[in-house]
Design a protein around this ligand. Sequence first.
Ligand code: 5GP
Length: 133
Amino acid sequence: MATIFSRIVEGEIPSYKVAESKDFYAFLDINPLARGHTLVIPKKEVDYIFDIENELYKELFTFAKTVGKAIERVIPCKRIGIIVFGLDVPHAHIHLIPINKSSDMSFDSPKLSLDKEEFEEIAAKIQKAFQDA
Ligand code: 5GP
């Protein structure tokens, strides 16, 4: 059975896409800690990120770096925090979170409640910055 993230890649479940390549997909987290909070995933289904074979693993982080650089160009922040949990969704994913202080990375903090238009606007800005990179 496909993971929820594979179903997002296939377009069966909608997402606010910010970037895509042959092997990777990036989209806004639906429960964001900050505007621009993005998830970067390999299209290949692997649960635990450390089970990804080395070449794909390196490429995943290189892709995430390009996405992170695109986010920081359009979302005001000190830098992009990067974190991997993977405790909820069994499909490896990297969180990219615009931050100004370390507590901005706390998953115990309340999540932002954004409407569809806000998500779409943020995704479109990041998508453009990614394409212009
Ligand atoms: P983790 O597995 O890293 O602990 O958490 C999974 C993350 O995926 C959470 O931040 C959650 O908000 C996000 N997430 C779970 N389901 C969906 C979904 O269907 N769409 C999107 N965009 N994000 C999701």
